[in-house]
Design a protein around this ligand. Structure first.
Ligand SMILES: [Zn+2]
Length: 126
């Protein structure tokens, strides 16, 4: 019977340890997916944001960088990458777009050349 007592003491200690371990695992199980999910969302959001903002992978230009380039952009004198970056900035920045269309009104007019042409055939068709 002495053997049995010592045998019982051992598993009781092991069981307490296992119970504690289980409790720890359960609390971790609740935390991990939440933290992991958040990190994943942030990572995906970051990747998507950088992809949408600069498809060429180049850093975005600032207004003060774009403004001196507008004349060259208008004359198509920039490299293909720079053309793309200036175009990207103009589509994102109404201030620079406004400045560009004021500095080069001929280019702004070119945006609606079909307006009159589209109306006339409709009139004739009726
Ligand atoms: Zn700008």
């Amino acid at each position: 019977m002495a053997e049995r007592e010592s045998w019982e003491e051992c598993p009781s200690g092991v069981l307490t340890g296992m119970a504690e371990e289980l409790r720890r695992r359960q609390s971790r199980r609740h935390l991990l997916p939440a933290v992991g999910g958040l990190l994943l969302l942030v990572a995906i959001g970051g990747i998507l944001a950088t992809r949408f903002h600069s498809p060429s992978g180049a850093p975005e230009l600032t207004c003060s960088e774009v403004i001196p380039l507008l004349a060259q952009y208008h004359d198509d004198m920039l490299s293909a990458t720079m053309m793309q970056r200036v175009e990207q900035h103009l589509s994102d920045c109404p201030n620079c777009k406004d400045r560009y269309s004021k500095a080069f009104p001929a280019d702004a007019r070119r945006e609606h050349p079909k307006h009159h042409l589209e109306v006339e055939p409709n009139h004739e068709a009726r």
